[in-house]
Design a protein around this ligand. Structure first.
Ligand code: MG
Length: 385
C-alpha cells in the first residue's frame, strides 16, 4: 500500500491523482488532502477518501468538521504544510505557482519522496530544493509529462549518461494565429489548448511558451543537465512527449495519447498500470511533425532561456513576474503581448543575487512581484493617457 499526501487536490492534476487512487484502492490510500478555495470539491473529496488530515486555505465550517470525526482539519493560508503527514509514503505536490516550493521543502524535510507536478518550485527554487533533497536522500519523481517522458526514455535511471534531452512543445493555443493578431487575443481564446486539457495558468503559459522555458529549467535540475544539452522542438501533435539522444545518436522517445494518467501513476508507484486513456492508433495519427521555436512568436521562451543561463535569482524573478502578468491577463487588465513586456522589464530591473535560503528566495519572489505590479500600473497609465 502506498500512502499518498496530496497537496493541491482540487486542481487538474490533483483530481486526476484521486482518479488513479480510486481505481486502485488495493495499491493507494490517500492519507491527506490539501486544497485552496474550491470548498465544494474539497468537501466531496474528504467525504470520499476519508483522509487522516485535510487542509483548506478557506475556512471550514464547524458542522462539517464534526461530521467527519476521523479527519483532522486545518485551515488558513499555510495550512497545506500540515498535509505532509507522518503516515505518508509520498507527497504529490500539485499546487500551482511559487507556493509549491514550501510544500516541496516541507516534504523533503520530513524525508518524504516527492511526486512533483509543481514546476514553479524547481524554476524558482531549484538550487534549494535539489540540495535539500540530496542531503535527505529524498527522490523527486516528475509528473510533468515531458520530464516523465525523459525519465522513461532514460529507463528510469537518472544517472545514465546521455548526449541530449529533447523536449517537445505543442506551440499552444496561438501557434497558428497571425503575429499581428496576438496583441488583441483574449484570455478565453488563450485557454483553448489544441491538445491538452489543463488548468488556466499553465494553459496561458503554453500559449506564451514560457512554460517550455520553465520545463527546460526543470529538466536542468531534475536530470543535472547543462542548458546546452537540452533542445526544444515544436511537435504539434503532442504524441511524442519528449526524447533522449545517446552518444551513438540513437534517440529513445516516449509516445502516448496526451493524458497525465501515465506520468501520475509512474511518479507515485513506479509501475505500469492499465489506464483509461486509449492506446495510440498510428494509422489514424498519420504524420508527426517537428519544427523550430519561432523567436518572434514566443519571445517569453527565449527570455526564460536567458534567465536559465544567468541562474541565481533570475529564474525566480522570471517566475514571479509571469505569475503576476498571467493573473493580470486573465483578469483582463493587460494584453496578451504585455505578458512578455512585464516579464522582460522585471527581469531587466533585477540585480543578480545568489539564493541560499528559503527566506532569501521569498524575498526575491516578493521583490519581483512588486516590480511586475509596478510595471503593469505604468502600462495601464500609458494606456489611459
Ligand atoms: Mg509539461
Amino acid at each position: 500500500m502506498i500512502n499518498i499526501a496530496l497537496i493541491g487536490s482540487t486542481g487538474s492534476i490533483g483530481v486526476q491523482t484521486l482518479d488513479v487512487a480510486a481505481r486502485y484502492p488495493d495499491k493507494f490510500r490517500v492519507v491527506s488532502l490539501a486544497a485552496g478555495a474550491n470548498t465544494r470539491a474539497f468537501f466531496n473529496q474528504v467525504e470520499k477518501f476519508k483522509p487522516s488530515v485535510a487542509t483548506l486555505a478557506a475556512p471550514i465550517p464547524e458542522d462539517f468538521k464534526l461530521s467527519h470525526g476521523e479527519t483532522r482539519f486545518f485551515s488558513g493560508e499555510e495550512a497545506y504544510l500540515n498535509a505532509v503527514t507522518d503516515n505518508a509514503d509520498i507527497a504529490v505536490v500539485a499546487l500551482v505557482g511559487f507556493i509549491g516550493v514550501k510544500a516541496v521543502l516541507k516534504a523533503i524535510e520530513k524525508g518524504k519522496n516527492v511526486a512533483l507536478a509543481n514546476k514553479e518550485s524547481l524554476v524558482a527554487g531549484g538550487a534549494l530544493v535539489m540540495k535539500a533533497a540530496a542531503e535527505k536522500g529524498v527522490k523527486i519523481f516528475p509528473i510533468d509529462s515531458e520530464h516523465s517522458a525523459v525519465w522513461q526514455s532514460l529507463g528510469f535511471d537518472t544517472e545514465k549518461p546521455y548526449k541530449k534531452i529533447i523536449l517537445t512543445a505543442s506551440g499552444g493555443a496561438f501557434r497558428d494565429k497571425p503575429l499581428s493578431e496576438l496583441e488583441n487575443l483574449t484570455a478565453e481564446e488563450a485557454l483553448k489548448h489544441p491538445n491538452w486539457n489543463m488548468g488556466k495558468k499553465i494553459t496561458v503559459d503554453c500559449a506564451t511558451m514560457v512554460n517550455k522555458g520553465f520545463e527546460v529549467i526543470e529538466a536542468m535540475w531534475l536530470f543535472g543537465a547543462p542548458l546546452e544539452k537540452i533542445e526544444v522542438v515544436i511537435h504539434r501533435e503532442s504524441i511524442i512527449h519528449s526524447m533522449v539522444e545517446y552518444d551513438d545518436n540513437a534517440v529513445i522517445a516516449q509516445l502516448g495519447a496526451p493524458s497525465m494518467e501515465i506520468p501520475i501513476q509512474l511518479a507515485i508507484s513506479g509501475e505500469r498500470l492499465p489506464v483509461k486513456t486509449p492506446p495510440l492508433d498510428f494509422a489514424a495519427i498519420g504524420n508527426l511533425t517537428f519544427g523550430k521555436v519561432d523567436e518572434k512568436r514566443y519571445p517569453c521562451f527565449y527570455l526564460a532561456l536567458e534567465c536559465a543561463k544567468k541562474g541565481a535569482n533570475y529564474p525566480c524573478a522570471l517566475n514571479a513576474a509571469n505569475e503576476i502578468a498571467v493573473n493580470a491577463f486573465l483578469d483582463g487588465k493587460i494584453k496578451f503581448t504585455d505578458i512578455y513586456t512585464v516579464i522582460y522589464k522585471t527581469v531587466r530591473a533585477t540585480e543578480k543575487r545568489e539564493i541560499t535560503s528559503l527566506a532569501l528566495l521569498e524575498a526575491e519572489d516578493c521583490t519581483a512581484r512588486k516590480t511586475a505590479l509596478k510595471i503593469i500600473g505604468e502600462l495601464n497609465d500609458e494606456f489611459i493617457a
